[in-house]
Ligand binder design. Structure first.
Ligand SMILES: C[S@@+](CC[C@H](N)C(=O)[O-])C[C@H]1O[C@@H](n2cnc3c(N)ncnc32)[C@H](O)[C@@H]1O
Length: 254
């Protein structure tokens, strides 16, 4: 089912609807930090440092979760900056709002409920976009709309920072074990490692910097990219309703 490219080039799909994602994250919202902050936090912080938001900048975070990233982005953007956050879960928005108020930065942050593939912001209105442990939650055919949306709202030469579980080639034994668990329990282990560098490049982003890290021996990439002119087209969307998908030209050498 990989159209002659071989199973070693495949990565897993996310077979659940937006509504199911919303329900899952609503349920998880109160416990999310307890479950994930310790393991994911250092990578999120590395991404925020890499994005290096400046005073007065206009920033967007997609999939802001409990708002840890939003607080740091708002502090960096300062009183003259503006941060927009978009998430599908009202439970997460409630947690984030509380955290922003506690940090005293809620006046410069606008929270929106919605789908990351449909950004309700004007074209060219954003200096920097941030996404941590969120891009890899979108099913393969939805990666292109999400990233094209980022390219649309970014000003020319705007920055995108993505923190994501990453897959290189066939993936290590741990990656394959994780993928197996993801395929068995897709509603609970809903994110999966993706060839994130290639995914960004196929849409026309130019990679500026990559920090290759790991979490429980799974590769995590922190990538900084610039929006190049004329965002292109992701070729990752599978032609069949296969459980796995692939990208032509994936390579193992990074
Ligand atoms: C794994 S959590 C990561 C949260 C946060 N970025 C962090 O690093 O702590 C993924 C977040 O993406 C949100 N999300 C899932 N699907 C989404 C969608 N289609 N559009 C927007 N947000 C979505 C979830 O509600 C959740 O808050």
């Amino acid at each position: 089912m990989n159209e002659g490219y071989g199973e070693d080039r495949a990565w897993t799909r996310v077979p659940r609807s937006k509504e199911e994602a919303q329900a899952t994250y609503d349920r998880l919202s109160r416990w999310y930090d307890l479950l994930a902050a310790g393991s994911e936090g250092p990578h999120v912080e590395a991404g925020i440092r890499m994005l290096d938001v400046q005073e007065g900048e206009r920033v967007l975070e997609i999939g802001f979760g409990t708002g840890r990233g939003l607080v740091a982005l708002a502090q960096d953007a300062g009183t003259s900056g503006r941060v927009h956050g978009l998430d599908i879960s009202s439970g997460m928005a409630r947690e984030a709002r509380g955290r922003l108020e506690e940090a005293g930065v809620d006046d410069r942050v606008a929270l929106m409920l919605g789908d990351g593939a449909r950004l309700p912001l004007a074209g060219g209105s954003i200096d920097a976009v941030f996404m941590s442990f969120t891009l890899e939650l979108f099913d393969t055919p939805r990666l292109q709309p999400v990233l094209n949306g980022c390219a649309r709202v970014l000003r020319p030469d705007g920055r995108l920072c993505v923190v994501s579980l990453a897959k290189q080639g066939r993936g290590s034994a741990t990656v394959r074990l994780y993928e197996w668990v993801h395929e068995m329990l897709p509603r609970w282990v809903d994110c999966r490692p993706i060839p994130v560098r290639e995914v960004l490049e196929r849409v026309g982003f130019e990679i500026v910097e990559i920090d290759r890290r790991s979490m429980w021996t799974l590769p995590v990439y922190v990538l900084l990219a610039r929006s190049a002119d004329g965002a292109g087209t992701v070729t990752a969307a599978p032609k069949h309703a296969d459980k796995r998908s692939r990208m032509e030209g994936d390579h193992d050498d990074e």
